[in-house]
Write a new protein. Sequence first.
Length: 712
Amino acid sequence: MKQLLQHLSTGTTEIADVPPPKVRPGHLFIQSRRTLVSAGTERMLVQFGKAGWLAKARQQPDKVRMVVEKIRTDGLLPTLDAVRSKLDSPLALGYCNVGTVLDVGQGVNGFSVGESVVSNGPHSEFVCVPENLCARIPSGVSDDAAAFTVLGAIGLQGIRLAQPTLGEAFVVTGLGLIGLLTVQLLRAQGCRVLGIDFDPQKVELARGFGAEGLCLRDGVDPITAAGTYSRGRGVDGVIITASTKSNEPVHQAAQMCRKRGRIILVGVTGLELSRADFYEKELSFQVSCSYGPGRYDPEYEEKGHDYPIGFVRWTEQRNFEAVLDMMADSRIDVTPLISHRFPIEQADQAYALLTADEPSLGILIDYASESRESIGDRVIPLKMEGEAREGKPRVSFIGAGNYAGRILIPAFDKAGADFRMVASSGGVSGAHFGRKHAFQAVSSDASAVITDPETDAIVVATRHNTHARLVVESLRAGKHVFVEKPLVLTLDELSEVRTAYSERATSGDSPVLVVGFNRRFAPHVTKMKSLLSGVTAPKTLIMTVNAGEIPMDHWTQDREVGGGRIVGEACHFVDLLRFIVDAPISAAKVTSVADPKSGAKVDDITSFTLSFADGSMGTVHYLANGHKAFPKERLEVFCAGRILALDNFRSLKGLGWSGFRGVKHLRQDKGQEACSKAFLEAIGSGGPSPIPFEELVEVSEWTIKIANEAAS
């Protein structure tokens, strides 16, 4: 299928050929008929992409601070690699979609195949969208009109926050698409509206919708005009839908308002507010969040948990429905807002308009009406850019997210893998990394990879809750498996993996199964292991992990999806200590900090001490309450009157060791490439797995027990 993508590194747009997505639980699979270019938001993306490095940095000072902190802890070269990789990843454009439902995912209620819906799906021939981000189109509403629904909902949410009443006077500053829709919505609620913009054509459109118009190019003082319009009392509220770096729109809004007036920011402006502007009038100022309640809440958007209407009357979806109802009643007219129309094959020309001198407003993208059979195969062959690596294991990837694309795929590439197929749920990232690293095919269907007869080994790099299932299916399909940590989330899943592995092993076809515990392959750890090999005395290890805070609504914090941070990440350090001691774990003692408000344990502020069968012990301090400027990982080993200290996989210091004082590397190396190479060599040679299977089981079992105790 064709999909419009943008490359943030250059600002160029591309009509890419990517596999259509596969319907997921709680989602609708939709064939697009019409999409709308959101000129304001998407122009900003294009301009950001075309800007140079310095200009990009000036636009995102918060990101610059994060980069500086990463340089301090991880070093310059890894940080530059991470920044380049982030900018290199393509961005799916668009969020105003009209189409036909072709399939409904498990658990979806209220939608049927064949219905016409709006959604926040991108500019793509086929999209897969959560049900709460879709709304049914009433009869009588055209595709052209429905394409404006999402933008209308953005304006409507700003209006709901302003709480206008019949007869009140409002100013709308910025008469782009959202501003002009906001004008119409305010007029439909019985408000008097003054629309302000620099563009005389947009001002005329506002007048056509029943507003008073003020063109700033005419030199008229907007504050004086607002005073006159409000009969000298000050307007009741101002909704700012403009996009500018200036603080002036907010300052002017405060001057225009009456005492206790309301200012709602829907667009983007400077936010250096003057206390004097707000103090004397006791003005309220609020920033509106997109389409309405539910936005950015994974429980609502991804899991489909709707808010009870008795407590949250207007959600994203219900705002969509309200806008569509207004269109059906002819209280919103979008016909004058449409300036251009392009077929999807020429969508790059639509984006060229955004930064051209030619005036534009509502740009529609049309899609050919084709039958369901036109979806085609969810596997797309890719043009080979390099020669096949004869004699090397043929490796396929399931998952092409940030870590897979930035770290794992390049590591396997350097290790000599012969890439076969890459699958990602949406198809976009898979197609990007597939072309970049010369994979033979890309798919949006994991089962296509698992059943592919030409694939020898599968790398699983998806969200944690899918690991166990994909590992089991891959093992039973006769594949070798490399799974990014964790192996499993529960003891029941661990039992399923053990069964699948045993079935292969007892049949004489022993698979190579490796979990991405790359730290045991890092060069500094390899050196530590060699130094400790002759030491028989018990060892004492202290692992300090400055993990950093992650929001509680992030998927890694969800015990059902990410497993929580101990299972999802701290498993690395259970394995690392197990590897260095080289003795089975015999016991674990866990201490966690309790949340002062709820009293619940916080599993990412936890210390646990492992006891080993040889008398050694190791403590892991996994802490999310530190500062980013401190190194993320530090390991200290005390034994037989000697010490080894590893700092963030960049330097290793030895005290009391004959012939060894330390070693430093310019670049941080956590062992990903060496881990990948060891996996491939084990497959190629038919030798033992680089990590014994029973150690994987042991580490997984103890990590789950630690996580359960930390949360109890």
